[in-house]
Write a protein that binds this ligand. Structure first.
Ligand SMILES: NC(=O)C1=CN([C@@H]2O[C@H](COP(=O)(O)OP(=O)(O)OC[C@H]3O[C@@H](n4cnc5c(N)ncnc54)[C@H](OP(=O)(O)O)[C@@H]3O)[C@@H](O)[C@H]2O)C=CC1
Ligand SMILES: O=C(O)C1=N[C@H](C(=O)O)C[C@H](O)C1
Length: 254
């Protein structure tokens, strides 16, 4: 049984992590932290972000599972590094200096950062890499859709998909965000399109078009439970790892 602290616990994902953990026998939530005024989520008392160092010392968790906001994640990573506790974070929207801070923390403890904990996204990444290699010169357009409360755009997953394309595609490309007016597509562009509506959990679609054919690759998360389950799997996997920066792909590969 792995002991888990949850940060961002009162958010959409934090609540789902607590609920999902409650249905599992391999993890137990030993504390919950959020900036909210709410006193409890499920049966877990909510502690203030400033209490994290004390909570780590008192409860000695195996890992923190974090879905919060970038500046908070950086503070939690520093506290984890100080306490020798592994960190799993699904937070997205980091600036470069914040990513550097996570990298620094990973010199002291195991840190796993993933923009998407759905296993289907790992399969999509592998398929996108294969398509990018097999279809040189094809036009590529990426569309992502999320709920109307999402803060960052494009999504962390969209950025990860673009990184995978950049690694595999022979030609350099430039990302173009939406189009308007007289603005014809130029060779080497990848159009990135962001939609925000309702409570869509998360949809990503890549279109490869050329040679009189179109290949469409897409993934749709149907419930936040898929992200929570992946993050908890990652925490169980990460608990005994050496310091370093890990990906969800590392968990899937075993
Ligand atoms: N990797 C993945 O698979 C997934 C990643 N995400 C990412 O996870 C993050 C959270 O998403 P979601 O749950 O929808 O967002 P929410 O806004 O619902 O949740 C974030 C929570 O973090 C809290 N928070 C803000 N500041 C702090 C702080 N300093 N310390 C502790 N908690 C704090 C917020 O409180 P308050 O509202 O009071 O400010 C809120 O309760 C986003 O970056 C999102 O993109 C989401 C789904 C899946
Ligand atoms: O904010 C969300 O909801 C999601 N965020 C992640 C991202 O930015 O890629 C993953 C998922 O699609 C849901």
């Amino acid at each position: 049984m792995r002991r888990i602290g949850v940060t961002g616990a009162a958010g959409r994902m934090g609540r789902t992590v607590i609920e999902t953990a409650g249905d599992r026998e391999d993890v137990a939530v030993v504390f919950a932290v959020d900036a909210t005024d709410e006193e409890k989520v499920a049966d877990k008392p909510i502690h203030e972000p400033d209490d994290v160092a004390a909570l780590l010392a008192t409860h000695e968790p195996d890992a923190i599972v974090d879905f919060s906001v970038p500046e908070a994640t950086v503070a939690f990573a520093d506290a984890c590094a100080e306490a020798g506790v592994a960190l799993v974070t699904g937070t997205t929207g980091f600036e470069d200096d914040q990513l550097d801070s996570l990298k620094s923390a990973s010199e002291d403890v195991a840190v796993l950062k993933a923009a998407n904990f759905a296993r289907g996204i790992q399969a999509l990444l592998a398929t996108v890499r294969a398509a990018a290699g097999a279809l040189p010169g094809y036009d590529v357009e990426l569309t992502e859709t999320h709920h109307n409360k999402k803060q960052d755009a494009p999504s962390g997953t969209a950025k990860t998909l673009l990184e995978a394309l950049a690694e595999e595609r022979e030609e350099d490309f430039e990302e173009v965000y939406g189009r308007e007016g007289i603005d014809p597509r130029e060779a080497g562009e990848i159009g990135v399109h962001v939609r925000r509506a309702g409570d869509v959990r998360g949809e990503h679609e890549l279109m490869f078009a050329g040679n009189d054919e179109v290949l469409t690759l897409s993934h749709r998360a149907e419930d936040r439970g898929v992200f929570a389950a992946g993050a908890l799997d990652a925490a169980v996997w990460l608990a005994d790892r050496d310091p370093g920066l890990y990906t969800f792909g590392d968990v899937i590969e075993g």
